[in-house]
Ligand binder design. Structure first.
Ligand code: SF4
Ligand code: SF4
Length: 168
């Protein structure tokens, strides 16, 4: 199966899961997804405040290589919950992330995978003041907790890699 076929299948399966949630569960999941999206934005804002835009541009996005498995089922459900069309991957041979473009990640920060918004290498994190690092780690913990609650609420591993979610 090609990556494109996996993506198509996974999008269909994730959509079906979302549509078949009990109304109360769906409403609770939407609330959690809203919290998750806000936390992702806050994490990216903190990295940007530390200069990540220019640092990561100079590095040419080294940590984004091989990023195609970072997107989870839950990340896709965030688009459903927001009634927004997902950023469509462009699969090609090589290490470039299929969600990246000439100017970096094509996803708005609130839709980026957890792995992408919590990782900051030493170049970004090193110059941060200790209290900035502490605030960053606290946000990361809140994000991980909210994702765990989404798993528990639905009884599914929604944080599983989307492209692997249709494999048995
Ligand atoms: S976080 Fe570090 S490795 Fe990743 S793109 Fe930025 S500078 Fe490069
Ligand atoms: S999804 Fe965006 S941030 Fe994550 S690896 Fe791909 S290009 Fe980088």
């Amino acid at each position: 199966m090609t990556d494109q076929q996996r993506w198509d299948l996974a999008v269909e399966a994730a959509g079906s899961v979302y549509e078949h949630l009990a109304p109360e569960t769906g409403a609770q999941l939407d609330t959690l997804i809203g919290q998750i999206m806000r936390l992702k934005e806050e994490l990216v804002e903190r990295a940007l405040a530390a200069g990540s835009a220019s640092i990561c541009r100079t590095c040419a996005g080294r940590c984004c290589r091989n990023g195609k498995y970072h997107v989870s089922v839950l990340d896709l459900l965030a688009y459903r919950s927001s009634k927004t069309e997902p950023v469509v991957p462009e699969f090609s041979p090589g290490p470039a992330c299929p969600y990246s473009g000439a100017s970096g990640c094509r996803m708005p920060p609130r839709f980026r995978p957890m792995t992408c918004v919590v990782f900051n290498c030493e170049l970004v994190e090193g110059p941060m003041e200790p209290d900035e690092c502490t605030a960053l780690y606290e946000k990361e913990k809140l994000l991980r907790d909210a994702i765990a609650r989404a798993n528990s609420l639905t009884g599914r591993r929604l944080d599983r890699a989307l492209l692997l979610s249709c494999d048995t």
